[in-house]
Design a protein around this ligand. Structure first.
Ligand SMILES: NC(=O)c1ccc[n+]([C@@H]2O[C@H](COP(=O)([O-])OP(=O)(O)OC[C@H]3O[C@@H](n4cnc5c(N)ncnc54)[C@H](OP(=O)(O)O)[C@@H]3O)[C@@H](O)[C@H]2O)c1
Length: 429
C-alpha cells in the first residue's frame, strides 16, 4: 500500500510562512516517514501582496479559521502571530475538531498554553511549537523529549536576538542605546515598534514556555518578572567589562525549594560564562540538569530559513504520529508555577553611583550596605572622561534582594550622590 501525502494548510505568509512554503516546495519529501507534505491551502491578510515565496498555485482562504477547519488539509500550521485574534481563533478551531496544529507563536503558547494543551489532548490532536523559541535551534525538543529522564534545575538564555545585537554593538562600537537600536532597525533585526523586543516581553514569552517544559508546569506568563534593556547605558557596559563581566539580557527560570523564579533582565554575566560570548543576533540556552549537568545550545533565533526548518521538524513529527502531552505532563495535571516570594529571593548586584569628588563619600556608601547587612565583593572608583562627578562601582556578595534594595534606597538619599544609583543584577545561573 502506498503512503498517502500529508495535506498541509498554512495561515500566515510573512517571514516564516513564506520560508515554510519555500522549504516545502524545495523539499516536499523532507519527512523521514517517506510521505510527502503537500500544501493544500493558504491564508493571509492581503491576497494580492507580493511575497517571498510563490503561493499562486495554492487554494486561497480569506479566513484562517475556515482554513483551520477545512477537510482539505490534515494539519494546520499557524504562522500569523499574536496571543489573540485570528491566530488564537484558528488554532482553537483546528484543535476542537481534532486536527493537529503546528505553530511558531510564542505569545499564544505563553499566554494560553494550558487551555490549548487541554483542548489538544482532549481531542487527541498534537500541538507543536518548536519554532516558538530560538528559531532553528531545537530548544523545545531538547527539554520536551531529550531531557525527560533528568530533573531540570534551571534554564537561562539569550532569547532575543535584537537585544543581543544592541548590546553587542554598544560594546563593540561604543554606541548609545538609541543609536544601536536605530542600527538594528535599519538592518531589519528590530521591528518599527521595538517594544516587544527591547522591553523584554518577547524573551518573557520564550522563557515562560521553556520553564513550563523544564518543570512540567503550566506556562505562567504573569509570574515572570520582566525588565527590558532601556536602562542600560554604555558606561555600565564599560565598567562591567572592567570588573570581568559582559551585560546580557538574560531570561532565566530556576527551581528551588521555595518555588520557581522566572525573570528577564539585564545581567552582569561573568566573561567565562557560556552566555557571555554569544554575540550579535545569535540566541543561546544553558540548561542545568541534576544528572546531565550543563548543556548549552546556540544558534540562529530567528529568520525565515531557521524558523521554517523548526516548523518543518514539527510537521515531520506529526506525520510520524509522535504524540506526547503538550507540556510533558498531561494538561489536566498541569499547575501554574509557585513563584518564589520576593522576600525569599537572593542574588548579587552591580551598583553604579555617581558621587561628588569629596572625602567621606565612600565611607557613607559602604555604611548603607553594612547597615542593610549586604557585604561588598568588589569596589571600583573610576574617573570616566567627560563624566560629571566620580563613578563608584561595586558588586555585592549574595544577599537577600530585599536587603540590597534597602541599601540602594538608603544610598539614594545620600546628599553626596549626583544621580540615582543604577543597579543591574549579576547573572546567578
Ligand atoms: N520572524 C521570525 O524570525 C520568527 C521566529 C520565530 C517565531 N516567529 C513567530 O512566527 C509567527 C509569524 O511571524 P512572522 O515574522 O512570519 O510575521 P509576519 O512576517 O508579520 O507575517 C505575519 C503573517 O500573518 C498574516 N496575518 C496578519 N494578520 C492576519 C489576519 N488578521 N488574518 C490572516 N492573516 C493575517 C500576514 O498577512 P499579510 O502578509 O497579508 O499582511 C502575514 O502573512 C509569529 O508568531 C512570530 O512570533 C517568527
Amino acid at each position: 500500500m502506498g503512503k498517502a501525502n500529508w495535506r498541509i494548510g498554512v495561515a500566515g505568509l510573512g517571514t516564516v510562512g513564506a520560508g515554510l512554503i519555500a522549504l516545502l516546495a524545495e523539499r516536499p519529501a523532507f519527512s523521514p516517514t517517506g510521505r510527502t507534505a503537500v500544501v493544500t491551502g493558504v491564508s493571509a491578510r492581503r491576497r494580492d501582496a507580493t511575497r517571498a515565496a510563490d503561493v499562486s498555485s495554492y487554494p486561497w482562504f480569506d479566513d484562517p479559521v475556515a482554513l483551520a477547519t477545512s477537510p482539505d488539509n490534515d494539519l494546520f500550521v499557524e504562522l500569523i502571530g499574536g496571543a489573540e485574534g485570528p491566530a488564537r481563533a484558528a488554532v482553537e478551531a483546528a484543535l476542537a475538531i481534532g486536527k493537529p496544529v503546528v505553530t511558531a507563536n510564542k505569545a499564544l503558547i505563553a499566554t494560553h498554553g494550558r487551555a490549548l494543551a487541554a483542548l489538544a489532548e482532549g481531542a487527541g490532536a498534537p500541538l507543536k511549537f518548536e519554532a516558538a523559541v530560538m528559531g532553528g535551534a531545537p530548544a523545545v525538543k531538547l527539554l520536551r523529549e531529550a531531557l525527560v529522564g533528568d530533573e531540570i534545575l534551571a534554564v537561562a538564555g539569550i532569547l532575543n536576538g535584537t537585544c543581543n545585537y544592541i548590546l553587542t554593538r554598544m560594546e563593540a562600537a561604543g554606541l548609545g542605546f538609541a543609536e544601536a537600536l536605530a542600527e538594528a532597525q535599519a538592518l531589519g533585526y528590530a521591528e518599527a515598534d521595538p517594544t516587544m523586543d527591547v522591553g523584554g516581553h518577547d524573551a518573557a514569552h520564550k522563557i515562560t514556555i521553556l520553564a513550563a517544559l523544564a518543570f512540567g508546569a503550566a506556562p505562567t506568563l504573569e509570574a515572570a518578572e520582566v525588565e527590558g534593556l532601556a536602562g542600560v547605558e554604555l558606561i555600565d557596559i564599560r565598567l562591567a567589562r572592567d570588573l570581568g563581566y559582559r551585560i546580557k539580557l538574560i531570561a532565566s527560570a530556576q527551581r528551588s525549594g521555595a518555588g520557581v523564579t522566572v525573570r528577564v533582565h539585564p545581567a552582569l554575566t561573568p566573561l567565562d560564562h557560556p552566555l557571555a560570548g554569544v554575540d550579535g543576533v545569535l540566541n543561546a540556552l544553558m540548561i542545568e540538569g541534576r544528572r546531565t549537568g550543563r548543556i548549552v545550545l546556540q544558534g540562529a533565533g530567528a529568520g525565515a530559513g531557521p524558523t521554517a526548518s523548526a516548523v518543518a521538524a514539527d510537521i515531520a513529527d506529526v506525520m510520524a504520529a509522535a504524540a506526547r502531552p503538550v507540556f510533558q505532563v498531561p494538561a489536566g495535571a498541569l499547575e501554574p508555577f509557585a513563584p518564589v516570594p520576593a522576600t525569599a529571593s537572593t542574588g548579587r548586584a552591580y551598583v553604579r553611583l555617581l558621587a561628588l569628588d569629596q572625602p567621606g563619600v565612600i565611607a557613607s556608601v559602604t555604611e548603607t550596605l553594612a547597615e542593610a547587612g549586604v557585604s561588598i565583593d568588589s569596589f571600583l572608583q573610576k574617573a570616566v572622561a567627560g563624566a560629571q562627578g566620580v563613578p563608584i562601582v561595586l558588586t555585592t556578595h549574595t544577599a537577600p534582594e530585599a536587603r540590597i534594595a534597602a541599601a540602594v534606597a538608603a544610598m539614594s538619599a545620600l546628599p553626596t550622590l549626583i544621580a540615582p544609583p543604577r543597579v543591574i543584577r549579576i547573572a546567578r545561573i
